[in-house]
Write a protein that binds this ligand. Structure first.
Ligand code: DQA
Length: 150
């Protein structure tokens, strides 16, 4: 079965307790449940990964890129957390393996502090969904399926 990678970066393991006024009270397990349902409906197998470490995220992106090139992975839904605003390495990894990525942010980063307005990921992402809470994640899976290229 074709996989879809649901990749979460630093501090997203704290969802539910970290700044609930910004990120809500749903947990990463709730995100996984929503994605599981959406992926199943699309006939995809979701693969969930979360890390607080930039290099680990790079490794997973490279792995998924190889699988995508082989036709075994549709792409990735990626919330890079704070690395969004700092990581040239993640930008280069996505670009380097040509992994189809939909970037997702739970909060509306454009309505927050200035330093959150720039994303190193957006220029190499197929698209971006921001500010819709955890509902953005299943929408990203839908977006990947609707924009899949043969
Ligand atoms: C975030 C937004 C980032 O600016 C922040 O560093 C996060 C979460 C979001 O999902 O809204 O960790 O990616």
């Amino acid at each position: 079965m074709t996989t879809v990678l649901i990749l979460n970066g630093p501090n997203l393991n704290l969802l539910g307790t970290r700044r609930p006024e910004v990120y809500g009270t749903a947990t990463l397990a709730d995100v996984e449940r929503l994605c599981q349902r959406e992926a199943r409906e699309a006939g995809l197998e979701p693969v969930f990964r979360q890390s607080n470490h930039e290099g680990q995220l790079v490794d997973w992106i490279q792995e998924a890129g190889i699988q995508a090139a082989a036709g075994d992975c549709l792409g990735a839904v990626f919330n890079p957390g704070a690395f969004t605003h700092t990581s040239v390495a993640l930008h280069d990894a996505i670009e380097g393996v040509r992994l189809p990525v939909i970037e997702v942010h739970i909060s509306n980063v454009l309505g927050r502090e200035e330093f959150r307005h720039h994303s190193w990921i957006s220029p190499v992402a197929r698209g971006t969904i921001i500010g819709l809470g955890i509902h953005g994640y299943p929408l990203c899976i839908r977006a990947l399926t609707m924009t899949a290229r043969a």
